[in-house]
Design a protein around this ligand. Sequence first.
Ligand code: BGC
Length: 378
Amino acid sequence: MKKKVVSLLLAATMVAAMVTGCGNTDTPAASNNAADNTVADNAADNTGDVAADNASDAADAAADAAGGDLADKKVGVCIYQFSDNFMTLFRTELENYLISQGFSASNITIVDGANDQATQTGQIDNFIADQVDVLIINPVNSSSAETITDKVVEAGIPLVYINREPDEAEEQRWEDNGWDVTYVGCDARQSGTFQGEMIVDLGLDTVDLNGDGVIQYIMVEGDPENVDAQYRTEFSVKALEDAGLEVDCLSDQVGNWQQGEAQSIVANALGQFGEDIEVVFCNNDAMALGALQAIESAGRTVGEDIFLVGVDALSEALEDVLAGTMTGTVFNDHFSQSHSAADAAINFINGVGNDYYIGCDYVKVTQDNAQEILDMVK
Ligand code: BGC
């Protein structure tokens, strides 16, 4: 059963890149409430608030009941790559929150998978040998989840996956076997839909700069193995089509979530397609920041002769949204996700158990609410 978690903050208020080709893949329709546009709307729309609050309360109560015991518990955290901007925000918040809940800093070990599954698998083996009490894993490859789950479950260690969602069959296995394994994250279809809607909301007359009745765009994708990249790519464009707009994909390339790669991809695309490009979709803000560098170097102006959207709400991107140099972004709530992951870990340690999927909402960010989000993330 899926559980929607209230956002903690919101409730309180090639050239080297591989060319993937344009076009959609067949995936199930997003079941999101994509109409939400403001922080207030989102806060008001947390239909799972009660369940989420209960889960969080359960973790609090369990932590209280455990008294100082959490201080003796060992937590192993595997991050797919430390150099990822978003995962840096995530892991910093996760560590702080674990400490605030009673874990001792010296018992929290966070390791860098350096974007290499073999490295990460070795780190997981070390954590198992060290007999940690719980593992929180951001897998390098989601497709390795089955192997990871098997060895961690066999070692009798509860497991919380974060950020990179294993596939449905894998999640079903946890439920079928009653294992202490869960996933905490947001539904990336919602973030893609929000990106598309921000472009739709500008209106065809504004976005269709060459007046041909078609929206010409380029797509810069994250790691194609990652479901976040797949869904954002698909659902951003789908939102345009669902609004009745005709679209034309001029270029779709993989920037691996990296600013530098995106900068060269967009620089080349601008060189090749020039003024034909009306919209630049980036699967995350790091790549949108790279795209912006390329756009400015090419003498183009966001909001006037090109439009640019990202995802994450990095503070630098929020500054750009406020300045009008980015059209919009989508808040990927690392506070809510890291706190829920820690709460789930505490529940497992205390034998309380968790749902097999713990979700959270994205928030659409335009000039209207960028300051509000910036105040939260800064
Ligand atoms: C974020 C990206 C990040 C990726 C890592 C995504 O949810 O939007 O910025 O690189 O997670 O897996």
